[in-house]
Design a protein around this ligand. Sequence first.
Ligand code: AMP
Ligand code: FE
Ligand code: FE
Ligand code: ZN
Length: 294
Amino acid sequence: MRIDLHAHTCVSDGTDTPEQLVRAAAAARIDVLAITDHDTANGWDEAALAAEREGVALLRGMEVSTVFRGRGVHLLAYLPDPTYPPLAAELSAVLEGRDARVPGMVERLRDLGLDVTVEQVRRLAGPTAAVGRPHVADALVDGGYVSHRGEAFDRYLSPGRPAYRNRAAAELETVLAAVTGAGGVSVVAHPWGRHDPGVLDAAGLAHLQGLGLLGIEVDHQDHPPSVRRELRGIARELGLVVTGSSDYHGLGKVDHDLGCNLTEPAELERLLDAAARAAAASGRTAPGVVGAVG
Ligand code: AMP
Ligand code: FE
Ligand code: FE
Ligand code: ZN
């Protein structure tokens, strides 16, 4: 069974529509897919319809931008009720914070002599709920200043680069509680990708587990083999669920093809058992899996 639990669509910063994502997953022989756009459930309905048609099992999820002890952490939330008010409030705060810094980033780029505009960024972002740095990057590609998104981040948009702007993010502890209250489960995305362990060392992860964290994404393209080994060891020691995923963004990220990393069926089973318990305990109408697993 091929299980890929992290993928984006044009509802955030991927390039496929939700329907195209599900079709691409079917073509890549993925049996179980999770749609995890940044900070929004807007792609869920379209993806669910397509999943039923294509015979792909679908977990409805999202990747929430949070901050933990001063460091940005992406939290994958699976199967939460997105209308649960504390979760909905965190998501809209993140979306507003991301959107609000676009003019500042554009201003910095214009100061550097690069002719990009806020209107251009918004036009390129299309129907997304989460306008952000990837779409500013698209404007730089559009203007011919860089050849792809990655170059735009490396030269201008990553922390420490000239057009980087900080933004308000939701506190990780608050989001963990909101996801649990919404009947979902939480997995830290690429915990050591682009970073040292820092605050997400074994002690930090144990602390988060005490607050409801279920698992960590170990197999991810941002983790070299040595990091994967070490994270797997920590997960085993703590009893955290281990996932593996592509973090597919369509044409928006190279080397993240669907199925390039996979989750073990036994780990998915643990995740779904925990989600069923969380849903029952929450009293919310959590979305459940579309189609059958296995
Ligand atoms: P934002 O939430 O506006 O800060 O944008 C963050 C998103 O930008 C991430 O979730 C990635 O999808 C994307 N991103 C970050 N770094 C890079 C990079 N080096 N190359 C391509 N995309 C990136
Ligand atoms: Fe992204
Ligand atoms: Fe991420
Ligand atoms: Zn992602």
